[in-house]
Design a protein around this ligand. Structure first.
Ligand code: BEZ
Length: 253
C-alpha cells in the first residue's frame, strides 16, 4: 500500500521484493482455510494475495495505488483487486480474516483504519497484521532530518508520511475498537536493501512526501548526504541493511 501515487509498480516488483518475502511468514500465522473470505489490505502487486489464494480462500486485495492494482490484476487475473483505502471500506461483517503486511504504517488515520477493520470482519474474525513499529527506520529518518537541517532547509514534521506505533498505543487502539488482542510483538528486523544503490532507491521511492517541499536538486543532495551519513552504520560488505522494526499483531473480533 502507499499514500503517494508516484510509486512505481515495476520498481516495487524489481527492487523491493523483500516486502513480499517477509510477508510469507505472516501467511503461516493467517492459516487461511478453503472457502474463507479474506481481505488483504495494501496488497501491492498481489504476490501475497496469490499465495493466500492457494489455500482455497477467496481473497480480495485492496491498495490505494491504482498502478499497483493494475499490475496485480495483470499478474493474477483470477483474483479480485480494488483500488481502495482501508479508511473508506463500507462493507459490514463480510470477512473471515484480514491480512496486512507492511502497509498500515502508511495510514496516518490509524483510529479510522482500526475501526474499519473491526467493521468489515465477521464476529470471531481474525486480524493478522504487521506494520512498522515505534523506532522503525529511526537512523534513516534521523539522517534525513539532520541533512535537511544542515542544509538550512526546513524539516517538515507534518509531511512525515508514516505511523509507527508502540505496542501499548496499538493495543489500546485495537481494544477501543472492540478487538481482543491475542499477541502483539515489537521486534527488530534488519532488512537488506537490494544492491549498492539500495538506500538511494529506497529514498527515491519512499521519502518523496518528506522531501516534497524541496527542489529536485535539493532532493539529490539530501540523498547523497544521507547516504554518506548512514554508510558506517548501515552499509556492510557491499550491502545496505535498513533498521526496520516491526509490530506484529494477531487479534480477534
Ligand atoms: C517499512 O516497511 O517499514 C517501510 C517501508 C517504506 C517506508 C517506510 C517504512
Amino acid at each position: 500500500m502507499k499514500m503517494n501515487n508516484k510509486w512505481n509498480a515495476q520498481l516495487y516488483d524489481d527492487k523491493h521484493e523483500f516486502v513480499t518475502k517477509y510477508g510469507e511468514r505472516l501467511i503461516h500465522l493467517l492459516n487461511a482455510q478453503a472457502g474463507e473470505t479474506i481481505l488483504d489490505i495494501g496488497c501491492g502487486t498481489g504476490d501475497l494475495a496469490n499465495q493466500i489464494a492457494a489455500s482455497g480462500a477467496h481473497i480480495i486485495g485492496i491498495d490505494t495505488s491504482e498502478e499497483m492494482i493494475q499490475q496485480a490484476k495483470a499478474k493474477y487475473p483470477n483474483l479480485l483487486f480494488h483500488g481502495k483505502n482501508v479508511t473508506k471500506l463500507e462493507e459490514v461483517a463480510k470477512y473471515d480474516a484480514i491480512f496486512s503486511n507492511a502497509a498500515l504504517h502508511w495510514v496516518k488515520e490509524a483510529k479510522t483504519a482500526v475501526g474499519k477493520m473491526f467493521q468489515v470482519l465477521k464476529p470471531g474474525g481474525r486480524l493478522i497484521v504487521e506494520l512498522g513499529g515505534a523506532g522503525n527506520i529511526a537512523s534513516i529518518v534521523q539522517a534525513i532530518k539532520a541533512t535537511i537541517e544542515e542544509m538550512q532547509l526546513e524539516y517538515r514534521e507534518d509531511q512525515f508520511p508514516w505511523y509507527f506505533p508502540t505496542p501499548l498505543a496499538y493495543h489500546a487502539l485495537l481494544e477501543q475498537a472492540g478487538f481482543t488482542v491475542d499477541t502483539i510483538e515489537l521486534y527488530d528486523r534488519p532488512t537488506e536493501l537490494d544492491g549498492k544503490e539500495g538506500l538511494r532507491n529506497w529514498l527515491d521511492m519512499f521519502s518523496q512526501s518528506l522531501l516534497a517541499h524541496l527542489t529536485e536538486k535539493e532532493n539529490q543532495t539530501v540523498y547523497d548526504t544521507t547516504e554518506k551519513k548512514l554508510a558506517e552504520k548501515l552499509y556492510h560488505k557491499g550491502k545496505w541493511i535498513a533498521d526496520y522494526r516491526r509490530l506484529r499483531v494477531t487479534a480477534r473480533k
